[in-house]
Ligand binder design. Structure first.
Ligand SMILES: *Cc1c(COP(=O)(O)O)cnc(C)c1O
Length: 382
């Protein structure tokens, strides 16, 4: 196993990832396939580090946003099914074909390019059609012309149109229902044309929990795999998998009136004990948590004081007895033992939970545990 090359690291509890996968699998049953979304480095958890646990516990696909994310997975896992949900430009489709990656398409032109590449490399490229039911991001616009175009794509010999999918805007039950109906109407038109797709999917995490009736035969959960709850109506047993940790690198006493960090925006109201911790905004911690964020030391909240630097920040340890340099600091926990949970962190910094997770950069190593033992370490740098 690799050494852990930085005191600030992300600890991922693989038992919790597996628990969540089993929970999702139980919720949807055997007939619904799971495309486990591991884009953005597995929402900060490390896509490569969690892939095996996902595949071995019911994920049919690993879904990513972009080609480079797909290639990272392919380098590490020769046989896993990998699906790019975003667009790949024409000149990069060659990578997709050579590496047996399933590609989202929404033009006849790209279908033809993939067909030709398939012939060139003696492969049959697999695609899912993106159908836009209102989100207005990617996909064939919902209209008769698109139905014709998709029909033409399905006639191309040397590609396999394995699926069709759409994405909900989650703008409320009524709007979601409108989108779902547009999707179903399109699918029915294809059925009338004799076209059946192996996979049909429209649901992400929130909708998969909230709308049992829209699951079709595949879902694309991201957040819930990591134990993050954003759903409103349904319920699902989940366990947060990520803990963001560091260690105190330096402790000092300062006198009443002294300032700390850039511009002295924090000044000691009394003689204080200040700890320095080696994490900052370059690790993905929101700089705007100045004056709001806290970490947990010895089970107690220690406020972050002064401006958060790129690589370090200072915490107020006054009133926490017996703290030593090298002691553990919990940056994000699951909310127990006075830890800052992902939901609270996101609210304090004015964003959402997925942003808090996915912005954790590649500087902190990822450490994977099973049965409370470290089973894998990934250093991206070093
Ligand atoms: C990110 C993404 C998902 C997963 O989203 P969650 O809200 O994390 O479940 C599903 N589908 C598409 C197309 C996505 O881009």
């Amino acid at each position: 196993m690799e050494a852990i090359l930085r005191d600030t690291f992300v600890e991922v509890n693989l038992d919790h990832i597996i628990f969540n996968m089993k929970s999702i699998k139980k919720m949807v049953g055997e007939k619904v396939a799971i495309a486990a979304v591991v884009k953005a480095n597995g929402y900060g958890h490390g896509a490569v580090g969690i892939a095996k646990a996902l595949i071995e516990n019911g994920a049919n696909y690993l879904a990513v946003a972009s080609l480079n994310e797909a290639l990272e997975l392919r380098k590490n896992f020769k046989d896993y099914k990998i699906f790019i949900m975003g667009a790949t430009k024409d000149s990069h489709l060659e990578y997709v074909v050579k590496n047996n990656i399933t590609q989202t398409i929404f033009s006849y032109k790209q279908a033809k390019i993939l067909n030709e590449l398939g012939i060139k490399y003696n492969k049959k490229p697999v695609v899912h059609i993106k159908y836009d039911t209102g989100f207005n991001r990617l996909g064939f616009k919902d209209c008769d012309y698109s139905i014709e175009e998709i029909g033409k794509i399905c006639m191309i010999d040397n590609i396999y149109v394995e699926g069709i999918f759409s994405h909900l805007a989650l703008a409320g039950k009524e709007e979601d229902n409108k989108q779902y109906n547009k999707f179903i109407n399109a699918i029915e038109k294809f059925q009338d044309m004799g076209i059946n797709f192996k996979y049909k999917h429209i649901e992400d995490s929130i909708s998969a929990v909230d709308y049992k009736e829209y699951r079709l035969n595949m879902i694309r959960p991201g957040a819930i795999i990591y134990g993050i709850k954003g759903f409103h109506y349904g319920s699902l047993d989940l366990k947060q998998a990520l803990t963001f940790k560091s260690k105190i690198s330096y402790i000092k006493k300062i006198s009443k009136g002294e300032g700390v960090s850039y511009d002295y925006l924090w000044k000691a109201k009394e003689d204080s004990i200040i700890g320095t911790v080696p994490f900052g905004y370059a690790d993905g911690y929101p700089r705007n948590l100045r004056g709001k964020g806290y970490v947990t030391v010895c089970g107690k909240k220690a406020p972050i004081i002064g401006v958060i630097c790129m690589d370090q920040c200072m915490i107020d340890l006054t009133g926490i007895p017996d703290v030593c340099e090298g002691d553990e600091v919990i940056i994000y926990g699951d909310g127990t033992n006075n830890t800052l949970d992902i939901d609270t962190a996101s609210k304090l910094s004015g964003t959402n939970k997925n942003e808090i997770l996915s912005r954790i950069s590649i500087r902190p190593p990822r450490i994977y545990t099973k049965n409370n033992k470290i089973v894998n370490v990934i250093n991206y740098i070093g």
